[in-house]
Design a protein around this ligand. Structure first.
Ligand code: AMP
Length: 325
């Protein structure tokens, strides 16, 4: 066990009020990890106040339940803050984290900012939910895991690991996922929430296959323009799922989705197998994991520069490595 886990357990046990924080552009992992830990704390210490306050909502994650209503600034000031699944400070969704008397960072991204008073970072973990599950396992004689908490944590373990397919999944991942299943997760309903698509979403997927591009080095990319989003009546969240349609192309070691945002920027989602691509994300105002990163570009010209960089990177990777597919 990482010794910092004991410190974190002691701080939680001592705190009367705890505020939980996660990253902007929410996903299954940051939502599952914050809600899962909140539920574990509530079940274990019903007398503690534990809040999760965030403006952002997600349709497909709504089944995990609503967040809490806003509270006064004084509540933050007396609270222990726990920030989960956020590598760099500017991505914390609720800026009031800065009011908390002490901050614990729990994260599995490649370290960018050491912003916590206490930092537990394990970038080899496949998800932040896996870390919370490992935390539960380490103190399971003193913590309570309800079925609801297990559902939250299992959700993040499944979504961030691509259904246990990406690199980063180890024996420990599956053993901890097994603990969650033992707590009674209803996988049929959970997978239905996460993976069923509407008829129109599948039409959109067909358009992605129709419009995807391929570079000479083997980078597939798609630009989901505002026009395309309007044509298919897409929410921004659905437009962003376009990245997953490009993941299974033989010889394509890197794939990119560029999604126009309502405020005129272009969100970039970068994915790869075999070769790491977080260096490219960092060059374009982003970061993340070796094979799953995010970035932002501000023009079509910058988008083409990023594509050229990715193409060159993958071309060089292929020249210097064997065994890739
Ligand atoms: P996404 O494509 O947004 O799901 O991002 C993939 C991974 O990279 C996630 O773990 C994100 O938390 C992380 N990430 C996304 N955008 C950024 C960014 N601008 N800076 C640092 N990390 C990011």
């Amino acid at each position: 066990m990482n010794p910092v886990m004991q410190t974190i357990f002691d701080r939680i046990a001592q705190a009367e009020t705890i505020m939980l924080f996660r990253h902007i552009r929410i996903d299954g992992d940051c939502v599952g990890a914050t809600k899962g830990l909140q539920e574990i704390i509530r079940q274990t210490w019903p007398e503690k106040q534990v809040y999760l306050i965030d403006d952002e909502r997600s349709d497909y994650l709504a089944f995990l339940g609503p967040d809490d209503a806003p509270v006064a600034d004084e509540v933050y000031a007396n609270a222990l803050g726990i920030v989960i699944d956020v590598g760099n400070l500017e991505r914390i969704s609720n800026p009031k984290y800065a009011l908390c008397r002490e901050i614990i960072k729990i994260d599995h991204h490649i370290e960018r900012d050491v912003y916590g008073d206490i930092n537990w970072v394990e970038d080899w973990r496949s998800s932040a939910c896996e870390m919370i599950a490992a935390f539960y396992e380490a103190f399971r004689d003193r913590l309570r895991l309800s079925r609801k908490a297990a559902e939250c944590l299992y959700t993040g373990m499944v979504t961030d690991s691509g259904r246990f397919m990406y690199e980063g999944v180890r024996g420990d991942t599956l053993r901890l996922a097994g603990l969650m299943l033992d707590a009674g997760v209803d996988t049929e309903t959970l997978y239905a929430h996460l993976y069923l698509r509407t008829f129109d979403e599948l039409k959109f997927r067909a358009a992605i296959y129709e419009n995807m591009q391929l570079t000479p080095g083997g980078v597939a990319w798609i630009h989901v323009t505002t026009e395309m989003q309007n044509r298919f009546g897409l929410t921004f969240e659905t437009a962003c799922t376009s990245i997953s349609s490009l993941s299974d192309i033989r010889g394509v070691l890197c794939w990119l989705a560029f999604i126009d945002t309502p405020d005129g920027e272009i969100r970039v989602r970068l994915r790869s197998r075999f070769a790491s691509i977080n260096g490219i994300a960092e060059k374009y105002h982003g970061g993340g994991h070796a094979c799953a990163s995010g970035a932002t570009v501000y023009s079509a010209v910058e988008m083409q520069e990023l594509i050229r960089d990715a193409d060159e990177h993958i071309r060089r990777y292929k020249e210097t490595h064997e065994g890739w597919l």
